[in-house]
Design a protein around this ligand. Sequence first.
Ligand SMILES: [Fe+2]
Ligand SMILES: [Fe+2]
Length: 374
Amino acid sequence: MKPITESPAQQFVRSLTTALATIRLYDANHPQVVNLCRQAMDQLRQQFLDTDNVTLKIINDKLVFQDVRLTDNLSVERLLRAMHAHDLSFIMLDARVGLEDLVQMAEKLSRDSRQVTAQPLLPNDTIVYGNVAIRRPAQKAAPSAASDFQAVADENLDKFMDIYSSIGHGKKIHATGLGEIVQQFVSVFHDQQNVMLALAPIRSMDEYLYTHSTNICLLNLAQARLLGIDGQMLNDIGIAAMLHDAGKMFIPAEVLNKQGKLDDREWELMRSHPRLGAQYLLNCPGIPRLAVVTAYEHHIGYDGTGYPVSFRKLNPCSYMTSISDIYDALRTRRTYKEPLSFDQIKSIMSDSAGKALHPHLTHSFLTALSKLEQ
Ligand SMILES: [Fe+2]
Ligand SMILES: [Fe+2]
């Protein structure tokens, strides 16, 4: 999943912010934290070949590594947020910095802003923290459920990308990590209005599968709540949504990311992702059976059209996932210059109700969305 074009500086930020997220989930002694900081150290060492120290600084709200402005992505945003929370304008790392120092730094940065006053960041021999003279203005609005969703999504990006990266490498994944992400979504789940507001904008291609999977998860949870589903079943529906496109990790990147039309062979490959995903998930311990079924069925239409071929009634979660999938695809359609309006999306989906999409589930989904639009 990691883009090969990422610079060592960008990789350093990604490893560091994944370490921060892991510390928040577990603690600084978790082996994964040390692994991630070791990766960050390796990336730093490449910088130290030319210089005795490197500086990460914030200039005009952008992150600058040495003198190079880093491309905005979720990791960069997360580090910016952590630095802002600690009122830091720069962090300077000396070439003598060791793994332990880096773990300590990650641990300090992972504390939220409420803890900062009690334990301010202090310089040590190898890391210098620069404080900004002027504090950032206080948060204008109280955090909403939508921003909570976004925060959960942001916090879990690297974790999810690690899981998807494991899929791509043919390693078995375990449901625990994903279950925790979905559990966090469910715990900030208030009503469908907030869910719709929380839908993530498309970011870079390497994060697309994550934002798409997160969106499908939120939309499926909203649909399930409309049906009164709760408890373990709600969690399983969320996990199934997060993994519905797992099979895409087995499709060559040049086919998956192709901008133009797919030729017959490429299209055939794309159409194999439900089968490949289901086959893969079937052999993973702890993955709910619902996720296997949903991965296999999410492109089969209510009327039996679509792919792969199926002759039986589909699982309701597959119907819900098709609805969420089509809604997200229309909402984020990038071939159109102008995004489709809600009325256009509604009309396209209403036309498909009873054909490719389940009629009742589609109507209740669109009715819930229409209320929001009003
Ligand atoms: Fe799919
Ligand atoms: Fe999808």
